[in-house]
Ligand binder design. Structure first.
Ligand SMILES: C[S@@+](CC[C@H](N)C(=O)[O-])C[C@H]1O[C@@H](n2cnc3c(N)ncnc32)[C@H](O)[C@@H]1O
Length: 410
């Protein structure tokens, strides 16, 4: 994580700074210039006003992850971007509760979201953070929990005596003069995956949050891997070792959406699992949730809904019935056409289509370019709205006209 600037936090850790921050209403970008002038005119120093306005903006942005708790918390820009959403952190913490952990170390705690969730479940927490400003924010964010302690240190150098659970959310970005950059190799993360595995080898309950794109072959044997999506976006894969892994579950997709939480699991390794048949595009076409796709559970969901894949390598499936499932978005199949510009132009004209939503999987077509080709530069916005799914069945490219179906998921 980029080292956070102390200038943005230190002025807030004074009575004047804290009270001024608390006195502001929700942040409004359009009013920030005049508010800045007003606060300066009232005699507040420039660096305090700058810190207060930055914090106010971050708090408002943070409500998406932390709800009303954001109003009492302190953030850095980089810390907020990487912080775990509170509803996901609560799921992490629940694992440690169920495993009977009494003292959890959060190694690389950032702003402390995961630590807050653990502490709110009455677990003793040692939250370790090497960046001083971020550690100061975590200290404020955990102030309501006397059984949580923030330690400003290198997490790999502290003693874990008395600790029976470890949570890690390693930094997956590097900082250079040109800004922050995502890194992909788990050995380049801080702390690296091998360190996490060495902790797991000690027999403690260990959980780690990794990027959702982590290749299956980098996932250590013997842990449970759970991909999590929130509102359709896949946010992480967490790996669970020892007592926080659930017996008999190797991979899992946890979908958090408007209907609540839903989970689908498999005991099989990544190259195992059921084989769903392949069949025609007909009935209802389902677009699986990203967590289901990343966990390799598309065939499992298809079979559960009495469906079949449209191609064994493509993450769409069809079923004769409409199912209200949290694991996939449903579309009614209207027409299946070969992928051919002339055919599609005729279809657009015949149906008076003016707005085209294009989805695709397994084809290199660029939706924006195709839309331009079919609608003539996208100028005719007066016609009907239609949805087209482009995919590949074997070697053949197809375009499927579909109609989104409203279910609890969407
Ligand atoms: C992805 S963030 C953690 C976010 C945190 N889970 C949250 O919800 O706020 C990773 C954090 O680990 C810290 N970090 C990385 N390596 C560390 C180390 N060796 N010791 C302590 N902290 C470390 C970084 O400074 C960063 O704040």
């Amino acid at each position: 994580m980029a080292e956070a600037s102390p200038d943005q936090i230190a002025p807030l850790l004074t009575t004047e700074g804290w009270e001024l921050l608390a006195s502001l209403g929700p942040y409004n970008e359009a009013e920030s210039f005049s508010l800045n002038a007003e606060l300066r005119k009232a005699g507040h120093p420039a660096e305090l006003v700058s810190a207060v306005l930055t914090q106010s903006r971050l708090r408002t942005k943070a409500e998406a992850k932390f709800g009303e708790f954001a109003r009492q918390m302190l953030f850095t820009q980089a810390g907020l971007e990487q912080a775990t959403r509170l509803n996901v952190a609560a799921r992490h913490a629940e694992r440690f509760v169920k495993a009977g952990a009494s003292h959890v170390a959060d190694l690389g705690c950032g702003l402390g979201a995961d630590s807050m969730a653990l502490a709110s479940m009455d677990i003793k927490v040692t939250a370790v953070e090497r960046d001083e400003t971020t550690a100061a924010c975590a200290t404020i964010n955990l102030m309501a929990f006397p059984h949580a302690t923030v330690v400003h240190a290198d997490a790999t150098a502290i003693s874990l005596d008395g600790v029976d659970g470890v949570w890690l959310d390693p930094a997956r970005r590097t900082t250079s003069t040109s800004g922050t950059k995502r890194i992909w190799d788990p050995e380049d993360f801080s702390p690296p995956l091998s360190y996490v595995e060495s902790l797991a080898a000690s027999g403690r309950a260990v959980g780690v949050k990794m990027g959702p794109g982590m290749p299956h072959d980098s996932i250590p044997k013997g842990c449970e891997a759970q991909w999590v999506s929130v509102g359709g976006d896949v946010t992480e894969v967490s790996l669970w070792f020892n007592r926080v892994a659930r017996p008999g579950i190797r991979r899992s997709a946890l979908v958090l959406g408007p209907q609540g939480a839903a989970e689908i699991n498999s005991a099989e390794d990544f190259d195992g699992g059921p084989v769903a048949g392949v069949g025609p595009v007909e009935g209802f076409l389902y677009e699986p949730d990203g967590a289901v796709i990343r966990a390799g559970l598309v065939a499992d969901v298809a079979l559960r809904l009495g469906g079949h894949l449209v191609d064994e390598h493509i993450a769409y499936f069809c079923a004769p019935e409409l199912h209200d499932t949290p694991f996939a978005r449903a579309y009614r199949v209207l027409e299946v056409m070969p992928y051919n510009i002339k055919t599609l132009k005729t279809w657009v004209r015949a149906n008076g289509i003016g707005v085209l939503d294009i989805k695709k999987r397994g084809t290199a077509v660029t939706p924006e370019e195709l839309r331009k080709q079919l609608l003539g530069g996208g100028k005719s916005r007066n016609g009907r709205t239609a949805t087209l799914v482009l995919t590949r069945i074997g070697e053949e490219r197809v375009a499927v006209a579909v109609e989104p179906v409203t279910t609890g998921r969407a």
